[in-house]
Design a protein around this ligand. Sequence first.
Ligand code: NAD
Ligand code: MG
Length: 330
Amino acid sequence: MALNVYYDKDADLSLIQGKQVAILGYGSQGHAHALNLHDSGVSVTVGLREGSGSWKKAEAAGLTVKAPGDAVDGADVIMMLVPDEHQQALYESVVDRIKDGAALAFAHGFNIHFKKIVPPQGVNVFMVAPKGPGHLVRSEFERGRGVPSLLAVHQNPTGDTKEVGLAYASALGAGRAAILETTFKDETETDLFGEQSVLCGGLSALILAGYETLVDAGYPPEMAYFECLHELKLIVDLIYEGGIVGMRERVSDTAEYGDYTRGPRVVNDRTRKEMKKILAEIQSGKFAREWMRENKKGREHFNSYRKESERHPVEETGEHLRKMMSWMKK
Ligand code: NAD
Ligand code: MG
């Protein structure tokens, strides 16, 4: 392993149990962090805007809820779990109430790494980023297990930020699986690159190109949908469980031979060159500046991309076919 890995045995849970923790936001990550820490004996206050729909949910789960500034007042650790593009404004509205020596924590490095948030010198800054969605962070914890998480320290004026971060990760359940040490820079840049080139961007472009190739060649859209989109889940599940080799062991030899000989023609040197450019735009901050500008200007492009993608024929085909699949959630 290239990274340092820590487990519960390396963490001193008492470092967080004695502290006042404010969790700002109660969405995917927020509810999991608040409930897991609460169950680990940590004193948790959830910070939400007046009138937030999550307010009642958090209270019903037995948590104390306050306005963000009131939750931050007196807190030793403040975990920022609102959407990344809203963190700067929320931070600015509460920064005056963060006490010296407290820790400001994140589950993604974007705002710190790109300097959208620049905390005072006297405030510690760490990250605990679960490598899974919030519902899994919660459900694994309830089963006595955990989701592997990344730990990073950005600023350490009190000298114990890594130990406090480890204790936080342990209270979240991560120490039952693995706590991997990284940096804000590496987490932020690899996260953006992964979602842009492979997970979201690369994958949707690949699906659409395959679907359109079959439909343009005269095949029925339903067939194109099954082969280029629907069956993806079966393949991804195999890769998730056994790596690429595990997947290749489970598909037919015909599929495996086609994979070796045709795959590299689809994702080729041009694609790799473009991936390098995409990575360079992330590293230089060009992407972050572009996305922040887009938000400030009311998301004009973002909204039109979204509208356009909703109008693609693959969506209508999918809506129709998914109704035939009784196991799909509405
Ligand atoms: P989310 O969209 O699920 O939840 C956001 C919460 O913040 C909601 O409760 C919402 O009501 C509240 N909120 C929104 N704007 C607010 C504001 N201005 N003031 C106060 N509260 C506000 O967000 P999420 O997916 O849990 O993401 C939170 C952080 O966790 C992000 O930094 C994200 O990158 C990181 N993260 C998410 C995942 C994931 O799987 N979702 C995984 C790892 C890390
Ligand atoms: Mg990610």
